[in-house]
Design a protein around this ligand. Structure first.
Ligand SMILES: Cc1cc2nc3c(=O)[nH]c(=O)nc-3n(C[C@H](O)[C@H](O)[C@H](O)COP(=O)(O)O)c2cc1C
Length: 329
């Protein structure tokens, strides 16, 4: 439970800027994500009425429970962003204190906030007091190896009224390198009585089980492993529910998902932006398939969404006679 929100499966889809938009979350939900969080939205952006910001906060009817993630270090902006997120239909507000990106850290937001524990408390209390919705927090284990403070931040979070914590088991200095430290996640988990989700390097059923065993966490958050592979969520979900692991979709079912994804990208973002986003997703979907290097090369040269859709159909639909360009490549 998260406040009054029932979470059926303790499996969260990690927020990933530029990836986990509404079209992709829709697909991930179908494969069993029990909890969703939008991409990070900068608190200073919310009152500027930008179409892009509104689009990032758009929530589909099937997505609940879902949180809108906000980031920032100024309590006033964060308060306002929390109100704004609540008015956009979020079930909870998630605060980002894990983002390692320089531009964000320079504003002492994202993971840079972890260096200033008093500021952490100020921001958390401001948001918790601003809304009646549950507020959750996502952190890294600290700024760097010599200043890991996930345990103290977890305690501050609980004292500030945060109702669930996600810990990515890397420091900011690690960016996405090395391994997530699941023992460190466990230390934060032991320090508090609110639910804690463990995050970092969960890629399948076995790693989900192992992360939970080592950290003692209440649930799992999966990020990069879903790229081009959203059906991995069905596998992790089955592991968490102690059910048998489902078979992966066959090539026909995969193409249906990819096509649906591309169409939804165009509908949600317009063809221009969809074309940029499709380049990432479709290339991920093609990974480790026969001929994927040639396909990637060809696909990257396409700038028009319609041409991309046609090329993807040629590549992913088995038995399609139009595979001639692939043979010629
Ligand atoms: C491209 C990309 C974008 C990300 N954007 C966000 C974000 O907007 N908010 C956030 O809290 N974390 C963000 N993250 C971090 C992920 O949520 C997650 O913590 C991290 O990828 C580790 O989990 P994983 O090993 O399962 O991928 C992002 C990660 C990636 C790779």
């Amino acid at each position: 439970m998260l406040g009054r929100i029932r979470i059926d499966v303790p499996l969260a889809l990690a927020p990933m800027a530029g990836i986990t938009d509404l079209p992709f979350r829709h697909i991930c939900k179908r494969f069993g994500a029990g909890l969703m969080i939008t991409e990070m939205i900068a608190s200073r952006a919310v009152d500027q009425g930008r179409e892009r910001t509104e689009r990032m906060a758009e929530i589909g009817g099937d997505e609940h429970p879902i949180g809108i993630q906000i980031a920032g270090s100024d309590s006033d902006y964060m308060r306002e962003a929390a109100h704004w997120a609540a008015s956009r239909g979020a079930d909870f507000i998630d605060i980002n204190m894990g983002c390692p990106v320089k531009k964000i850290c320079k504003q002492v937001a994202g993971s840079a906030l972890l260096k200033d524990e008093a500021a952490v408390a100020r921001v958390l209390e401001a948001v918790v007091n601003a809304v009646t919705l549950p507020v959750t927090l996502k952190i890294r284990t600290g700024w760097d190896e010599s200043s890991k403070n996930a345990v103290r931040i977890a305690t501050i979070a609980e004292e500030s009224g945060i109702q669930m914590l996600t810990v990515h088991g890397r420091t900011r200095a690690q960016m996405f390198n090395g391994h997530a430290n699941w023992e460190d996640i466990g230390l934060a988990k032991q320090a508090v009585s609110i639910p804690v989700l463990g995050n970092g390097d969960v890629v399948d059923a076995a790693s989900a089980r192992e992360m939970l065993r080592i950290s003692g966490c209440d649930g799992v958050m999966v990020g990069r492993a879903v790229q081009g592979n959203p059906w991995v969520l069905a596998e992790v979900r089955a592991a968490l529910m102690e059910e048998s692991i489902p078979v992966k979709p066959d090539s026909v079912a995969r193409w249906r998902i990819i096509e649906e994804h591309m169409l939804a990208l165009a509908e949600h973002h317009g063809e221009r932006t969809a074309s940029k986003l499709a380049r990432k997703h479709v290339i991920w979907y093609s990974k480790s398939m026969e001929g994927s290097a040639e396909f990637r090369h060809h696909f990257q040269s396409l700038t028009c969404w319609k041409a991309q859709l046609e090329a993807a159909e040629v590549f992913f639909c088995e038995n399609n006679e139009n595979k001639a360009w692939l043979r010629a490549a």
